[in-house]
Design a protein around this ligand. Structure first.
Ligand code: SF4
Length: 156
């Protein structure tokens, strides 16, 4: 458990619970997505995941105590499967944003809901398998890894 995780973990309830009452909090998700993309390029691929992600911190600090710690299915390690999850996630997110018709509060609500739904999935997987099972197929994790590899190739 890292000190940064102890600080960041609080953002998870702020977003998934507070966001239900104040959808504008969904913009924190957008800020975090932007930060993790920048960090994956300029730091290491998954720097965000291991140090700053509020959900990752929750899985490591809280869910670890309830996890069956069972191995994840092999399919979770397959690239095609991880990119399929990524494609479904992005398509769903885009579709929901289009449905808002540009209403900024509704856009915030979309990000709150997507964070809530993926957190529920992460909890279910984390209880049944390893606590970080979700992180193996998390669309943001997949994207960070890809960006990290591209950045590594470009470095002298
Ligand atoms: S893989 Fe996703 S949920 Fe897991 S720590 Fe990284 S960004 Fe957070």
């Amino acid at each position: 458990m890292k000190r940064s995780q102890l600080i960041m973990i609080w953002l998870l309830p702020v977003i998934v619970i507070g966001g239900l009452f104040y959808p504008i909090l969904g913009y924190l998700v957008i800020a975090m997505m932007s930060s993790l993309l920048l960090l994956s390029y300029f730091k290491k691929g998954r720097f965000w995941c291991w140090n700053l992600c509020p959900r990752g911190a929750f899985l490591d600090i809280v869910l670890l105590k309830f996890s069956a710690k069972k191995p994840v299915p092999k399919i979770f390690t397959k690239k095609w499967f991880r990119w399929l999850i990524f494609a479904i996630f992005i398509s769903f997110l885009t579709f929901r944003i289009i449905l808002t018709g540009g209403n900024l509060i509704a856009v915030g609500a979309v990000f709150v809901r997507i964070c809530l739904v993926t957190t529920i999935i992460a909890i279910v997987l984390g209880v049944l398998m390893k606590q970080r099972a979700w992180c193996m197929i998390c669309p943001m994790g997949t994207l960070q890894e890809k960006i990290g590899k591209i950045a590594q190739r470009r470095r002298p």
